[in-house]
Structure formats: C-alpha cells, structure tokens
Design a protein around this ligand. Structure first.
Ligand SMILES: [Cu+2]
Length: 111
C-alpha cells in the first residue's frame, strides 16, 4: 500500500549517509531542471506578417522538435513581440508544436 511504501522509503532514507541522500536528491532534481532549459534555435528572418502573427524563418536544427534546418512559417505566441524585427535579422527562438502548428514561444535577437 502507498502509505506503507512511503514509511519504508523514509526509513530507508534515514539509514543512508547524508551524502548519498544528497546525491539521490540531485538525481531527481537535475533532470527536472534540465527540462526547463529551452532549446533556442538559430534562424534568419525571411518574412514578417504581424497582422496574422506569423513569421517566416530560415532556421537551423530544432532539437526539441527533431527538425533539421529549413525555411518555414511559424505562428507567434501572443507574448512574442516582433515590432523591432526586420527581414534579414538573426534570431534565437524557441518553438513548440501546439495543436498541430509550430508556434514560437520565445524569440530574441542574436548578435
Ligand atoms: Cu522547420
């Protein structure tokens, strides 16, 4: 039963040396932290369509989407501001597949 398992786990943790408990916690916490690190893809702006909240980008590999480099249209999430962007600008962006569409959720200029 769940309650018993939990008791067992607490006993188990208490018998371990503190250092190994720390290592154990890191093993649990690190993947969770790594998960929040967003992959930022590189790209060059090819076309801006602010009225339709769309942008065409020639992008490099997008690891989180298992996508190789290509030129394609993305939707822009409401929070993404493209007012200062110009065609030809280099950008770093994070894209996700939302409801079957590729949506940029974060975008920043790249030096
Ligand atoms: Cu693509």
């Amino acid at each position: 039963m769940y309650h018993c398992d939990r008791k067992f786990l607490m006993n188990f943790l208490q018998k371990l040396p503190p250092s190994s408990v720390l290592i154990l916690l890191c093993c649990i916490a690190l993947p969770a932290l790594a998960d929040t690190g967003k992959f930022m893809a590189e790209g060059v702006v090819r076309k801006l369509d602010p009225e339709n909240r769309k942008i065409t980008i020639k992008h490099g590999d997008i690891k989180n989407l298992q996508m190789l480099g290509m030129t394609m249209v993305f939707r822009l999430q409401e929070t993404v501001n493209i007012d200062k962007l110009l065609t030809g600008d280099k950008v770093l962006f994070h894209a996700e597949k939302i409801d079957g569409a590729f949506v940029i959720t974060d975008l920043q200029g790249s030096p």
